[in-house]
Design a protein around this ligand. Structure first.
Ligand code: SAH
Length: 288
C-alpha cells in the first residue's frame, strides 16, 4: 500500500483488498451472521491487539480459512452500494450534506465481520458481539445532523460519544468535528474499535475505556455529546460537561425510547426537545 492509499477516507479498492486478505489470513472466517460469530471476531481481534488481559479464550478453528472471491467482495462492498445507502438515508429526511458526505466516506463494512459484509450497507443495526450492535446508518446520520444544527454554522470543536461499540459512529464523527472522544464500557469492544479504526489512520479520534455515564471531565467542555445507548435520563455529569451553546443528542427510555436534544443555553439552563422514536441498546453503569 502506498502512502497515498493510506489517506482517510481510503480508496475502497484498497479497503476491499485489505479486508479480503485479512479474511483469508484469519482462521474460521464466519459466513453466517450471529452475535456469537461477532463475539468470536472480537476475540480474534483482541488477540492481535497489544492489550489482551481480558481476553476470553478464542474458539478453536472449525473450518479451513475461507477465501472470499474478490469479484464477490467487490460486488458486496462497492462505492455504489454505499452511495445507495446514503441516498436512502437522505430520502428518510437527513438533509445535512456534510453528514451525508461523511456517511458516504466511511467504509461501514470494515466495522462488521466479513460474514456480515453483504448486510453492511442496508439501513439496519447489526450484531458486533457482547449483545451490542452497530447503529443503524439513518440514526447515526440523524443524531449528527441534529448535533451540527448549532448556532455556530455546524462548526464543532470537541465532541464526545458515549458507547464506542465497534467505532463506526466515531469514524463518521471524525469527519465533522475537530476532535472526537469516545468512551466504551466493555473492554473487548473498546479493543475491537481500536483494531477497526487502526487501518483508517484517523488522527482526531481518542478512544477511552470507562463508564461514559461519568463523561470525560478531563477533556470537557464538549460542543456536542452523542449517546449511542439509552438510559432513563441523561446523566447530570454529561449535562455539566457541555459547553454553553453545546448540543447533546440521546435516546431516552426503556421499551419505548425517544430521541432527545438537549441544548445548554447558559451555565444553569438546558432546553430539552423530544424529536422522534428510536431503539437503542441500554446505557449501563460501570465497566466490564
Ligand atoms: N457507536 C456505536 C454503537 C454502539 S452500541 C456504533 O458506531 O455503531 C452502544 C454501545 O454503548 C455498546 O457498545 C455498549 O457497551 C455501550 N455502552 C452502554 N453503556 C455505556 C456506558 N455507561 N459507558 C460507555 N459505553 C456504554
Amino acid at each position: 500500500m502506498t502512502d497515498k492509499d493510506k489517506r482517510f477516507p481510503l480508496p475502497l479498492s484498497s479497503v476491499v483488498e485489505k479486508s479480503r486478505k485479512a479474511a483469508q489470513a484469519t482462521p474460521a472466517s464466519a459466513k453466517v451472521a450471529t452475535p456469537q460469530t461477532a463475539t468470536q471476531n472480537a476475540a480474534r481481534n483482541m488477540q492481535r491487539a497489544p492489550v489482551s488481559s481480558a481476553l476470553p479464550p478464542a474458539a478453536p478453528p472449525r473450518a479451513a480459512p475461507q477465501a472470499i472471491p474478490s469479484n464477490r467482495a467487490n460486488a458486496l462492498v462497492s462505492d455504489a452500494v454505499r452511495t445507495a445507502m446514503v441516498t436512502r438515508v437522505a430520502r428518510q429526511g437527513v438533509k445535512d450534506s456534510k453528514v451525508l458526505a461523511a456517511l458516504d466516506a466511511v467504509p461501514r463494512h470494515m466495522f462488521v465481520e466479513p460474514g456480515l459484509w453483504s448486510q453492511a450497507y442496508i439501513d439496519a443495526s447489526l450484531p458486533i458481539g457482547h449483545h451490542q450492535t452497530i447503529s443503524q446508518p439513518y440514526i447515526v446520520a440523524r443524531m449528527i445532523e441534529v448535533m451540527r444544527a448549532n448556532g455556530n454554522g455546524g462548526v464543532l470543536g470537541k465532541v464526545l460519544e458515549i458507547g464506542t461499540g465497534c467505532g463506526y459512529q466515531a469514524a463518521v464523527l471524525s469527519l465533522v468535528a475537530k476532535e472526537v472522544y469516545s468512551i466504551e464500557r466493555i473492554k473487548p469492544l473498546h479493543e475491537l474499535a481500536k483494531s477497526n479504526l487502526r487501518p483508517l489512520r484517523i488522527a482526531n479520534i481518542r478512544l477511552q475505556y470507562g463508564d461514559g455515564m461519568l463523561g470525560l471531565p478531563q477533556a470537557a467542555p464538549f460542543d456536542g455529546i452523542i449517546l449511542a445507548a439509552a438510559g432513563m435520563e441523561v446523566p447530570q455529569a454529561l449535562l455539566d460537561q457541555m459547553s454553553i451553546g453545546g448540543r447533546l443528542v440521546a435516546p431516552v427510555g426503556a421499551r419505548h425510547q425517544v430521541l432527545q436534544l438537549i441544548e445548554r443555553v447558559s451555565k444553569f439552563e438546558w432546553i430539552n426537545t423530544t424529536l422522534e422514536d428510536c431503539h437503542f441498546v441500554p446505557l449501563r453503569p460501570g465497566v466490564m
